[in-house]
Design a protein around this ligand. Sequence first.
Ligand SMILES: [Fe+2]
Ligand SMILES: [Fe+2]
Length: 303
Amino acid sequence: MHQQYNYGAALQASQRINWQVDDIIGGEHRLDFSRRFMPESLARVEELRFLSADEKRILNQIRGYGYLYMFGLVEEFILPYVLDHARADLDKDDLRTRAYLQFASEEAKHIHLFKRFREAFDADFGTPCAVIGTPQEIAKIVLSHDRLSVALLVLHIEWMVQAHYVGSVKDDTRLDEHFKSLLKHHWMEEVQHAKLDTLMIMELAKDRTAEEIATAIEGYLALGGIFDGALAQQTKFDMETFMKATGRKLDEAEQGAFMQVQHQAQRWTFIGSGISHPNFLATVGAIAPGADEKLAQVAPAFA
Ligand SMILES: [Fe+2]
Ligand SMILES: [Fe+2]
């Protein structure tokens, strides 16, 4: 698959897209809180049958807020990561340098976009949403790992974003149009990131022994474990925000069901849908034959 990708084509595609943050959020672009933001396959609010239709919509919106917060959070480590990768070989290939700088610049724009979204959400939702953090602390933990482990995590995220948009968001007519447009514009640029990140992994893996690559894949799984812990914490925050926003006091059994269903929904959203993505697994298989099958076996726990 990586043979199909090249820096020049990715750069050209990126330059054709080139939208501005102001075109998407702020000004007359207001979120419509009478609608849902997230597709049900990621939000999984319907499984919580003890919630009313309005409560399900509000929980769905809280999940939308957390979804974009999480994107912003991961992009806080992707940005320096890509810059460092480009900087290590600035004089090697002009198209390579420009494609990576474009990639980094788009992630900086996405960080800005997601912050603007949060301002718009906060202005109209009425209840502050609690979130894990801080992005800077999490970036520090992630970036202390092997560079190839981080590159695998980034590739997982890039393909995951595409699976969500194409598979669940694009054709869902029930969702708020502005939220959807934001996801669409983000996705358009992420298409190139997945290709560039594939090239990055091939560069990082080419001089490593099979053992070193296996260790890097272990490191990627360890990062997944760290994120799983963070997702459990975020689920707890979402439950607290939900009770504040709706005034509904969930009893002990309802809280248990909320935590179970919503943590698993978060796991599928951020871990399962990335680790099981065929293009992600193809790249893993290309650098470590057989490791793709092992990862595919881990995936059902996050489905
Ligand atoms: Fe992004
Ligand atoms: Fe990206």
